[in-house]
Design a protein around this ligand. Structure first.
Ligand code: C2E
Ligand code: MG
Ligand code: MG
Length: 709
């Protein structure tokens, strides 16, 4: 295109010169020539005047010496003599002048593209007009390329729009031939490519990607090309120092070429990892959870048996955690739980694991540790937890009970180790020894404990609990004055289970709360049933340690009584000293609140625990129940008899009534009467009976409601 118009301009130069010269000569020859020239000039003019291009003659300063026509806003006269650069922008003008000067200096034609007023674009060819080898002026043939440029621009824009669209897509796209050479690359939004976009083209992926990734990519490409099926590969790359994970889908896009659609899955992977982390960790403490520790235990057992090494599992339960939770609220309880892990870790080796099993229960896994090692570790953990925890200004002392089971002595699989460590922990808790190594005898003290633990949660809902009632006899009137409600569990497989076997379990698992509420509800129901049948009798219900720390309990009792519209003066509660001692201040608060409702208290199992009479004096209790271990032995053991006698005397001095439990014989009963004991309870009068049986007993027994004389 630029060369095409060279011919006519080249011709104009000599013709122009001759026009001037010829007119000065007058001979025939010259005239003929002149004629010919005039013809030629006419042709030339026609050509120039009808040219779609602007044709100008300019001097070195771009002053217009000739112009064939102008744009409508100018006239030929108005532009003649003016510099052509005056119609251009400063920048275009500069380039224009530079090109023009080059034409004058070099004698060679130049081309320059400029935009002019009216947003038109021009491609100007500058051709030197020489005279005697010197460039005298320049011919400018300016082609209006506005339309062409506009079309190009439109095309460019629409293309870049498409490209821009591609840029918002999350995937980078590569077209790659079967040799691995990049044919095209479309970058993606927020994705940094390994190279600047334009540098991919022509490169082979082996030059761009790390060797292993390139090898993998080539392999998958071959697969795709061979089978025609899309292939997906994942790989990692270091981009600007950051590790990214990618997923590349390779699809066949033509003969011997594939399209690789590459997505950055770093975040997705991180999310998946976070989810997995969450599934395996306790959210509160960030420690491994039960699932993870069981898995680690399983692996550790494998490793230990392979390597012929021991392995210890510790199960640990905080001692007074419930108190913290109840007294200060869950917030403080949570903060405490968070501190346990770091504390315990200070006592452990790096290879050891601590996990939270749930609630205030933790597990510690000690690889390559035998019984002695585990005992040392347990002692250290115990010491670490014995120091008070400081939580938002409170000094909290919790402590822990730890059970130890060791592979292979105590179990060869995870299940057995978990069970036995738990049984040992339970023993440690019961005995207050801090920690205990499993011995098979523990099983006798906690038979079926683990299996029962799960079942107990449902026992209340499944209505497997039942109350039996044991009469209390007033020893002066020789008549029944009330009954004690004692819970039993009718287990679907194990039959009747005594409360001694599951009450502490219920305490341990927190089931005690719904259990106690059930007992209260059931006692209310039975009281109303008996009242309906014309039997008015008071009922005593047992409370456990955790009930005495449950500040909601008084209110819940009140609500239950209210719901039935009954006064509480028929209701009694039995509490043990140890339950009070777990948190005397709180127990006192609860006792006081329940007492103001009109409910009487007695101290159960008196003599078996602390027997702190100074406390007794301050408690709002009406009676003490002498522990049956003393009463049963009274006949055979004078020490026991002495204890019973002094308890009766002391209690009377404090203004309290005395109930003797465990009366199994008439001789014991007689001695109790002689000692001035107020009431008695025991197998001799009646075992605890189901409600229907007790109703019969009340009607038939000499101690029943019917006076026998
Ligand atoms: P406890 O409150 O001291 O109940 C008296 C226990 O002594 C009962 O055992 C009763 O059956 C037993 N007993 C009564 N007379 C005699 C006797 O002459 N000789 C002997 N050897 N034993 C006698 P049980 O029913 O097995 O209850 C054991 C403990 O379980 C209760 O001791 C009480 O602490 C607890 N318990 C029972 N029911 C409940 C309950 O509903 N809630 C709570 N928190 N604890 C309960
Ligand atoms: Mg009792
Ligand atoms: Mg008792």
């Amino acid at each position: 295109m630029p060369r095409k118009s060279k011919k006519p301009t080249a011709r104009t130069e000599p013709q122009n010169k001759r026009i001037g010269k010829a007119s000065q000569k007058g001979d025939l020859f010259d005239r003929r020539i002149e004629e010919a020239l005039r013809e030629s000039e006419k042709t030339f003019r026609l050509l120039v005047e009808n040219s779609p291009d602007v044709i100008m003659k300019v001097d070195r300063e771009s002053r217009i010496l000739f112009i064939n026509y102008t744009l409508p806003e100018y006239t030929v006269e108005s532009v003649l003599g003016k510099p052509a650069v005056g119609f251009l922008s400063a920048e275009d003008g500069l380039r224009y002048m530079q090109a023009l000067h080059e034409v004058f200096d070099s004698g060679e034609p130049r081309e320059v593209e400029v935009g002019a007023v009216g947003a038109t674009s021009w491609l100007s060819r500058l051709v030197p007009i020489k005279n005697d080898g010197r460039v005298e002026s320049a011919m400018v043939i300016a082609t209006n390329i506005t339309e062409r440029r506009r079309a190009e621009e439109a095309l460019r824009k629409s293309e870049s729009k498409n490209r821009a669209l591609l840029h918002v897509m999350p995937d980078m796209m590569f077209r790659i031939n079967k040799e691995g050479t990049y044919l095209d690359f479309i970058p993606a939004k927020d994705m940094e490519p390994l190279l600047p976009p334009n540098e991919f083209l022509g490169k082979n992926l082996k030059e761009v990607l790390p060797a292993d990734v390139a090898r993998q990519a080539m392999h998958y490409m071959e697969q795709a090309l061979q089978t025609g099926d899309p292939q997906i590969l994942e790989y990692q790359l270091l981009v600007n120092g950051n590790r990214h994970e990618y997923e590349s889908r390779i699809v066949v896009s033509g003969e011997d070429e594939v399209m690789a659609i590459v997505r950055d899955i770093t975040e997705r992977k991180a999310q998946a990892a976070a989810l997995e982390y969450q599934a395996l960790h306790d959210l509160l403490t960030d420690l491994p959870n039960r699932t993870l520790v069981l898995d680690r235990l399983k692996q550790a057992v494998h490793a230990a048996s392979r390597e012929n090494k021991p392995l210890a599992l510790l199960i640990m339960d905080l001692d007074r955690f419930k108190d913290v939770n109840d007294a200060l609220g869950h917030h403080h309880g949570d903060l405490l739980l968070k501190q346990v892990g770091p504390r315990v870790l200070t006592a452990l080796r790096e290879s050891d694991t601590i996990a939270r099993l749930g609630g205030d229960e933790f597990a510690v896994l000690l690889p390559a540790t035998d019984i002695d090692g585990a005992t040392v570790a347990a002692r250290k953990i115990h010491e670490a937890l014995d120091r008070p925890f400081v939580i938002e200004g409170f000094f909290l002392e919790v402590g822990a009970s730890i059970g130890i089971a060791v592979f292979p002595e105590h179990g060869e699989d995870t299940d057995m180790l978990m069970r036995r460590a738990d049984v040992a922990m339970y023993t440690a808790k019961q005995s207050g020894s801090g920690f205990a190594v499993y011995i098979s005898e523990h099983d006798r003290h906690s038979p079926r404990r683990l299996a029962l633990m799960g079942d107990l949660r449902h026992a209340v809902e499944r209505k497997e609990l039942v109350l039996h009632y044991q009469p209390k006899i007033d020893l002066r009137a020789r008549r029944v004055v009330g009954v004690e409600a004692l819970v039993r569990w009718n287990h679907p497989h194990h039959g009747t289970i005594e409360p001694d076997q599951f009450i502490s379990l219920a305490e341990h698992t927190g089931v005690i709360k719904p259990l106690t509420l059930w007992v209260l509800g059931e006692a209310i129901r039975q009281y109303l049933a008996w009242r309906e049948a014309g039997i008015t009798i008071s009922i005593a219900v047992n409370l456990s340690t955790r009930n005495l720390q449950d500040l909601q309990l008084p209110e819940q009792i009140d609500e239950m009584l209210h719901a039935h519209g009954i006064r509480p003066d028929w209701l009694e509660m039995e509490i043990t000293e140890s339950a009070i001692m777990a948190d005397p201040a709180r127990a006192m608060e609860i006792l006081t609140r329940v007492k103001t409702m009109g409910i009487r208290f007695s101290i159960d199992d008196f003599g078996a625990g602390y027997s702190s009479l100074s406390y007794l004096r301050r408690l709002p209790v009406a009676a003490v129940k002498v522990d049956k271990s003393f009463v049963i032995g009274m006949d055979a053991n004078e020490d026991d008899a002495l204890i019973v006698r002094s308890t009766i005397d002391l209690a009377h001095n404090l203004g309290l009534k005395v109930v003797a439990e465990g009366v199994e014989s008439p001789s014991v009963l007689d001695r109790l009467i002689a000692m001035g004991c107020d009431a008695a309870q025991g197998h001799y009068m009646s075992r605890p009976l189901p409600a229907a049986d007790l109703t019969r007993w009340l009607a038939e027994s000499p101690w029943g409601l019917k006076r026998t004389g």
